[in-house]
Design a protein around this ligand. Sequence first.
Ligand SMILES: C[S@@+](CC[C@H](N)C(=O)[O-])C[C@H]1O[C@@H](n2cnc3c(N)ncnc32)[C@H](O)[C@@H]1O
Length: 409
Amino acid sequence: MHPKALIDAACELLHVVLRFEQPADAVVSAYFRANRSLGSRERAALAETTYAVLRRRLLWQNLAQSGRGPMERRLVLLGWAGEPRLRDAAVEGPERDWLAAASHIDRASLQPKLRHNLPDWIAEPLQKRLGPEFDALADSLLESAPLDLRVNSLQAKRDAVLAELQAQGVEAKATPYSPWGIRLAGKPALNQWPLFKNGVIEVQDEGSQLLALLLDAKRGEMVADFCAGAGGKTLALGAAMRNTGRLYAFDVAGHRLEALRPRLARSGLSNVYPIQIAHERDERIKRLSGKLDRVLVDAPCSGLGTLRRNPDMKWRQSPAAVAELVQRQQAILASAARLLKPGGRLVYATCSLLDAENEGVADAFGAPGFVRMDAAELVDSVLVENGCLRLWPHRHGTDGFFAAVWTKS
Ligand SMILES: C[S@@+](CC[C@H](N)C(=O)[O-])C[C@H]1O[C@@H](n2cnc3c(N)ncnc32)[C@H](O)[C@@H]1O
């Protein structure tokens, strides 16, 4: 494709992404499906440029004010993440001079907001919580996340998989906190690897893997993954249960549970029962009241802990949406807790960084008989704050995660 046409394509894609009507990854995938002739390098340039613009949107918008022409074009030229020579070939005259001037701006001298690229309603509570450490968090949220794998412990040991990957020339190392995790240096397309197709590995952030350690589900137990979605945590729990007992995977979204099915088939698990529910007080849930050993509530949340992967979330979320989510989180947690039998364990988790969705919801939970457990009894204490799992991208290299644990007395 001619460089000019490639830049035009990036503008066309960005125009749709910046409407924020759908998640950016869905818009990018739909664009690629509609433009099948795009080569893999062209796709990479378009996707990475879109994400680069979303990550530093405040900075690019500020710098774009001085340019001319459509806003999307100025943003694409500033955030271009493809080969520089392609962009150079697509600009000429005053546009070239404007771009050169913009690239010489000393970013350290910019006002903090243009360096952090976070809306105030997100930056302020995080600044309050972290103090001077906030800058390191904000910087880490501008990076892209590494590709983490979880080894399916039913099928293989981590060391053996690591050795196999290294023998194939894949740069990989063990993750520091999860006993099943492997971190890749690059981002290979691994969908066709036999290790993936045979269910030996799954893609899962290390932080997400740690929730299975908190739940510590045992052989033969009755367990529910209350908000199972496409089953990232379900698969880890099922393997920890050694494919025994019963693991219910509930979710209100049928299409997400459908996406779990091929993953289950690959994994070799036969102890998982996906069940679509209408809402958290569904009759099918009530029937299990007081019967379960472990319940995980991986609640719907703002997703702000995953900004390295989904930078559009910071522009698509709002304080009103978070307030609504908090109501839902409280209702789901209260309902899910009813499933536990005495001695059972409840875990409430989110991939949000905000206290309101995390400690706020956990502290407001007051069902009788539930006693908080110190997460430091279950995972490395460097991952724990005030008894809860608190993962931060800049400290732990994982997505942002929160989890609180209770036992039912
Ligand atoms: C954070 S996502 C779960 C991700 C999933 N656990 C994983 O590891 O891949 C939250 C899920 O909660 C589901 N959800 C929303 N409202 C719910 C409700 N009332 N009861 C159960 N699940 C709900 C959403 O459909 C979504 O799949």
